[in-house]
Design a protein around this ligand. Structure first.
Ligand SMILES: [Zn+2]
Ligand SMILES: [Zn+2]
Length: 274
């Protein structure tokens, strides 16, 4: 039998013995249906038909995942933020939940962007006040979106610390962790003096935050959180600060891989990201 005869499959006498429909039934019955690739294709198709845009004035959104809030089905937190039921149900409650999430995101993030983050990393859950104090953010809850930072990364003499707000919903925690891991990678691989020299000191924040926002959205696409990626992207795009400006520069230079396949050019591959 010649190797290329398999192309005649179904048309050759030997193939008549194979019951194709029966084989598919058999495989499905044994749990091989609805596989990883089939689900991914379905999610990509569903995503293509959807375009998400904020209507900042007429609608209310979950401040954690940016999903539109319908009716009275949401929680109002003590600080005024609103949280959808899906986010409430997925809140990371214990240190163990948090550690498992972090280990998984770090592993996937490194694999997705083909990097390794080899550094002493201290990871801690802290309360919202601590996050606000450290990120020097002032916060005024409003309708629309009040996405407060849920985490931050810090560089110090002993290594790096990553802080995530306790009580973060799972998807928000994953998204924040990806963003902060990008910053830790920058601290390890970039020299702030050289970044300022090349892009100008006044662009430093846009370069750092733009890339972190790019990595955050691309990471969500990679793990097939297509809706979450879509909303995160829309949210960053409507920002007019360094995050929004920087993100636009990065998606222009490094178009996002919409199906999540990360075999693409990324800012992680260049000594000068832009
Ligand atoms: Zn939500
Ligand atoms: Zn950042």
């Amino acid at each position: 039998m010649n190797k290329r005869d398999y192309l005649a499959f179904g048309g050759s006498p030997a193939a008549a013995a194979v019951d194709i429909a029966g084989s598919i039934e058999y495989l499905k019955a044994n749990g091989f249906g609805n596989g990883y690739l089939e689900r991914a294709r379905g999610a990509v198709d569903a995503h293509r038909t959807r375009a998400f845009e904020f209507e900042p004035l007429n609608a209310n959104y979950c401040d954690f995942c940016f999903a539109k809030l319908m009716g009275g089905e949401f929680d109002r937190l003590a600080d005024g933020r609103e949280r959808c039921m899906r986010c409430t149900r997925s809140v990371l409650r214990t240190g163990e939940d948090f550690e498992l999430m972090f280990a998984e995101v770090k592993r996937n993030f490194e694999a997705a962007f083909q990097i390794s983050i080899n550094a002493a990393l201290m990871v801690r859950m802290v309360n919202a006040k601590e996050i606000a104090r450290r990120s020097r953010e002032t916060f005024q809850p409003t309708p629309g979106v009040d996405a407060r930072a849920l985490g931050f990364a810090e560089q110090h003499a002993q290594g790096y610390s990553l802080f995530i707000e306790n009580g973060s919903p799972r998807l928000a925690a994953i998204s924040t962790t990806a963003h902060e891991l990008a910053h830790i990678w920058q601290y390890l691989n970039w020299n702030v003096g050289r970044i300022e020299q090349r892009y100008g000191a006044h662009h430093r924040l846009a370069v750092y935050e733009g890339m972190a926002a790019w990595a955050q959205v691309q990471y969500l696409l990679h793990i097939q959180e297509f809706d979450g990626a879509d909303r995160q992207e829309s949210y960053v795009l409507q920002r007019t600060d360094e995050y929004g400006v920087g993100f636009r520069m990065f998606i222009e230079r490094y178009p996002l891989s919409r199906d999540g396949d990360v075999d693409i050019d990324t800012p992680f591959r260049h000594p000068h990201p832009l």
